[in-house]
Design a protein around this ligand. Structure first.
Ligand SMILES: Cc1cc2nc3c(=O)[nH]c(=O)nc-3n(C[C@H](O)[C@H](O)[C@H](O)COP(=O)(O)O)c2cc1C
Length: 196
């Protein structure tokens, strides 16, 4: 197979699928929700989670003001909500009211925790850095709220009963519907044992 090499990088969707989350914020009497696909865990101890948000977003303003955000991990059936909150700005629309989003304040932060989320990370901003046209907000996870029936004993999403939403880029979404167990120690051992 001969690969195509691209050096003009405009839109790049090659790293998808990845989970599409809803990031919620509150500053004073303004609450907001936006779709976020650029997010990741950064540290176990202490638990850090980062989101990458353009300064153009209203959410950016609210996170900067409040120093808080919540990352809500959503099931596939909430795809339309993710698309709706991504289609307009909280500058113009009260998305909670317009889309009938049900939420309650976090246990540790004032930002809303979505009722329909499988799990939500309540984060306090500990650092902000600009990279290109987005800002990375590093959050310390102060609390996690999760739906116990959606997770197995290992605290992993139970893919026999749950379908997480995955983002493909553009306006395309997918889901995960199976998993494999790969015993890393055993797999390494097999190779090492067969070496002369
Ligand atoms: C699936 C999906 C993921 C997105 N991920 C991000 C992201 O990681 N960071 C970002 O700044 N914008 C992202 N966006 C765009 C924002 O969600 C969108 O501009 C939204 O309207 C911003 O809302 P706000 O102005 O109310 O904050 C994404 C859009 C979609 C459809």
């Amino acid at each position: 197979m001969s690969k195509i090499v691209k050096t003009q990088i405009d839109q790049f969707y090659f790293h998808y699928p990845s989970s599409a989350t809803v990031v919620t914020t509150r500053a004073g009497d303004k609450a907001n929700a936006m779709a976020v696909a650029w997010h990741t865990a950064m540290s176990h101890h202490p638990p850090y989670y980062m989101v990458s948000i353009s300064p153009k977003r209203f959410s950016h303003q609210l996170i900067t003001q409040s120093g808080e955000f919540v990352v809500n991990f959503m099931p596939a059936e909430m795809g339309a909500l993710i698309a709706r909150v991504a289609a307009c700005s909280g500058k113009d629309v009260d998305k909670f009211r317009a889309f009938g989003i049900e939420a309650s304040p976090g246990a540790k932060v004032g930002a809303p925790v979505l009722k329909d989320a499988l799990a939500s990370y309540e984060c306090k901003v500990i650092a902000r850095h600009t990279y290109g046209d987005h800002d990375l907000f590093m959050g310390e996870i102060l609390a996690v709220q999760y739906e116990p029936s959606a997770y197995n004993e290992g605290m992993m999403l139970d893919l026999d009963s749950q379908r997480p939403i995955l983002y493909m880029g553009g306006d395309y979404y997918s889901t995960a519907n199976g998993q494999r167990y790969l015993d890393r120690a055993k797999l390494l051992e097999e190779v090492m044992a067969s070496r002369p």
